[in-house]
Design a protein around this ligand. Structure first.
Ligand SMILES: NC(=O)c1ccc[n+]([C@@H]2O[C@H](COP(=O)([O-])OP(=O)(O)OC[C@H]3O[C@@H](n4cnc5c(N)ncnc54)[C@H](O)[C@@H]3O)[C@@H](O)[C@H]2O)c1
Ligand SMILES: O=C(O)CC[C@@H](O)C(=O)O
Length: 523
């Protein structure tokens, strides 16, 4: 018998396939109401239950965690992976509901519906106080054009709005297909009358709309966040409401949920909902049935398609593949960080002994490393291929016909909108992973930690000036590798550092003579 704990309120109709299965017993209770957690093979949650490492440890039989929704911020995925527990989610089930909720918030905000509703119910009739603003002909700025952002764009166009989009990973082709104008973040901030955010919460998007960027927005701008609390910096937002620059705000999500002593709740021009984006009958039915079907597949030994952490490999295959699989993920992260622009094609060529393994998993591992730098953190080997396809990235793998002399070698070519990036790596047993070529320059370094990638002109003194500059800022260089094709031409440096550079120092390096390109890399 397979024991499932449904710890949050999840649609029973959607869960019917597991509730009706003779091989499964289902308990619908909160975690702290369950006497014996050790019997459960699966736990299904929404966002209320926090699946921490501690909880995972209390459930030694746990094999699968199901999240009836998109974000897995309430699940310690790393701990689950370490404990060999598969984590699945339902990435598409609530997209339309969240897009519709955002639209409902936008209209309520511009027509003062919550305020007017409260006023009439309190016996008032203040028609002139609630003069609204039309959506028609307004510039809507969408930050993040993924699943939900795209649905917002479609609806905005139907309302006669002009849609501007900032998404650093959006290709021109996809923007054209959806019919939106892709622009820089600064352009969006300067031109949009209404700005709505639809990115995951990552280190890049945390505080994305903070003091500096809010200062670039139009006087009287309206802001919406139905994605994740923290993308709009709440403290900065209070300042911009106080000084009247921001005219109105709609929030479904907060830095701390439920919000406690949050000053934003005291402003009349801020309208709020308690994280209701996905709260529709349809979305809840859809996410519940997606999760139930995946649990059934898992129980029957079939591959699950929405696993966000573990590949479905046998132990023997996994052991052989593991070094290449880990290395490919790092190369993916390296390539993605070196090339912060939309990409259309990725080619991976396997050479030597690695080409005899199940290379499709290594390719997916590369893609997951590459994509994880760009989209919500739920990308892994299982879903990377699908996500790459959705983002308009074509990828292919080949077996090399010519040998370069290495026992094994993986060569990757990433084609972007304005540049390409080529990288080669090999794995040497008992020695480790080595990057052996970048953009045609021979090099040899271990891909780990904080790295600094510099393209420069091969002239006496350049390396010394870089070393001095880092020294002035107390940045210790652990290792340094230099590669060039010919004396006096372009060359590259790869430095391994004890800490990353601040943006100001990168900008400073870029002003130095003979320095062409500088990029922090974190692996
Ligand atoms: N309020 C709710 O109830 C609710 C419901 C569902 C999803 N969500 C949240 O909505 C957000 C979007 O979900 P989704 O399913 O559309 O995700 P998605 O992964 O499909 O799309 C995210 C998009 O953000 C873009 N992006 C990443 N970093 C960026 C950056 N620095 N600047 C601009 N764009 C960037 C990505 O390229 C991608 O296109 C997530 O945070 C998700 O957790 C909230
Ligand atoms: O379970 C919910 O209602 C929240 C859903 C949403 O935040 C998600 O990430 O899918």
């Amino acid at each position: 018998m397979f024991h499932v704990l449904v710890a949050d309120s999840i649609s029973s109709v959607g869960l019917a396939p597991i509730l009706e299965s003779e091989d499964i017993t289902v308990v619908q209770k909160k975690v702290d109401e369950v006497e014996d957690l050790t019997v459960f093979d699966a736990i299904l949650v929404r966002s209320a239950t926090k699946v921490t490492e501690d909880l995972i440890k209390q459930m030694p039989n746990l094999k699968i965690i199901g999240r009836a929704g998109v974000g897995v911020d309430n699940i310690d995925v790393e701990a689950a992976t370490r404990h060999g527990v598969v984590v699945i989610n339902a990435p598409n089930g609530n997209t339309v509901s969240t897009a519709e909720h955002t639209f409902a918030m936008m209209m309520a905000l511009l027509r003062h519906i919550p305020q007017a509703n409260a006023s009439v119910k309190s016996g008032e009739w203040k028609r002139s106080q609630y003069l609204g603003t039309e959506l028609y002909n307004k510039q809507l700025g969408i930050i993040g054009l993924g699943r939900i952002g795209s649905e917002i764009a479609k609806r905005a166009k139907a309302f006669g709005m002009n849609v501007l989009v900032f998404d650093p990973f959006l290709t021109k082709e996809r923007a054209k297909k959806i019919g939106v104008n892709s622009c820089t973040l600064d352009e969006l901030l300067q031109e949009a009358d209404i700005i709505t955010v639809h990115t995951p919460l990552t280190k890049e998007t945390k505080g994305l709309l903070g003091r500096d960027n809010l200062a670039k927005t139009k006087q009287g701008v309206y802001l919406l966040n139905c994605a994740r609390g923290g993308i709009i910096d709440e403290e900065a937002l209070v300042e911009y409401l106080e000084n009247g620059h921001v005219k109105g705000v709609a929030l479904d999500v907060f830095e701390v949920e439920p919000p406690k002593n949050n000053k934003l709740l005291t402003y009349d021009q801020v309208i709020v909902t308690p994280h209701l984006g996905a709260s529709t009958k349809e979305a809840q039915l859809s996410v519940a049935s997606q999760v139930a079907e995946e649990v059934l597949k898992f129980l029957n030994g079939k591959p699950v398609s929405s696993s966000i952490n573990l590949p479905t490999l046998t132990k023997e295959v996994y052991e052989k593949i593991q070094p290449f699989y880990k290395m490919a993920k790092k190369i993916g992260k390296l390539a993605s960080q070196c090339m912060k622009e939309p990409v259309s094609d990725i080619e991976i060529v396997y050479e030597g002994s690695v080409s005899e393994l199940e290379t499709s998993f290594i390719t997916k591992s590369f893609l997951s490393g590459f994509l994880s730098e760009r989209i919500a953190s739920t990308v892994n080997e299982v879903n990377a291929g699908i996500i790459a396809g959705e983002r308009g990235i074509n990828y292919s793998e080949k077996i090399a016909t010519n040998r370069s002399g290495y026992e094994n070698c993986i060569s990757i070519l990433v084609d972007g909108e304005s540049s390409s990036f080529r990288v080669k790596a090999t794995y040497i047993p008992h020695y480790g992973e080595r990057i052996i070529e970048i953009n045609g320059y021979d090099i040899d370094f271990y891909p780990t930690g904080e790295l600094l990638y510099i393209q420069h002109i091969d002239k006496p003194g350049v390396i010394g000036r870089v070393g001095n500059k880092l020294g002035e800022h107390q940045i210790n260089i652990a290792t340094m590798q230099v590669g060039r094709k010919e004396a006096g031409g372009e060359a590259i440096m790869m430095l391994s550092l004890d800490k990353p550079l601040e943006q100001a120092l990168i900008d400073d390096l870029l002003t130095m003579d003979d320095i062409v390109f500088v990029r922090n890399i974190h692996l």
